[in-house]
Design a protein around this ligand. Sequence first.
Ligand code: IPE
Ligand code: IPE
Ligand code: MG
Length: 261
Amino acid sequence: MPPVGTRGVRTISQTKAVADLAPADPNSAVPLHVAIIMDGNGRWAEQRSLPRVAGHRAGVQAVRRTIEAAIAHGVSWLTLYAFSSENWRRPAQEVTDLTGLLRRFIKSEIAEMNRNGVRMHVIGDRSRFDRDIQTELARAEETTRANTKLNLVIALSYGARSEIVAAAQQAIALVQAGKLDPAELTECRFAALLETAHMPDPDLILRTSGEQRLSNFLLWQSAYAEFVFTDILWPDFGEAQFAEALAEFARRERRFGARPA
Ligand code: IPE
Ligand code: IPE
Ligand code: MG
């Protein structure tokens, strides 16, 4: 592993293939985009003999701390995996608890987001949530749209495979309408059909609770992401753990298939 602090002097040759997959500043010590799989709320509650919902409630506090930490560390994009398309399979009461927390979080947090310059975006199939939640999500996106300090992306009822299939369906429709020549469907054009079209790819994907899997999160976008897995349970996550993950990221050497100059 290279010593800390050497990343700034390393450069990567900008061949076409590299430029497509690497971020604008591939050697930046601070990731432009951090994406987090917030896991372990249930186990946190279990360890305390509390109902799972207590873990989810404590998880909301960790979300607040993490947003503050991202701003403090100068991270521009923060994506939080809050609810997967597979999480609908959980018992009805837990789904109700989670959607209830989401409803309250969005309503209560808009003012704070505006104070802190946070712009909120949502990815995922929001049509599966109750109407009032869909309205609140749209309102939060609209109210915060001029903010530029941090782009906060909340992945809700998100599943990467269905996102990719939806993009493929759009591409087929474009071809059928005579608006796209199949030979011109490049990686770039395809990525523009994904829900994340307006976002940079994640540089760092972090998962808490000791699990080491993606669970259908950002499969396309994570092609060259760095992964950090930590045993800490999500409700215990905060600034110190965020800083630790960024320090680990800064020690990584990203090559994008090329060779360091
Ligand atoms: C993460 O915590 C929250 C969601 C997936 C919505 P979990 O509820 O998955 O907690 P564990 O994995 O059971 O501990
Ligand atoms: C992944 O966590 C989804 C979120 C964090 C929202 P899960 O707890 O649902 O993932 P699995 O089932 O352990 O893979
Ligand atoms: Mg889990």
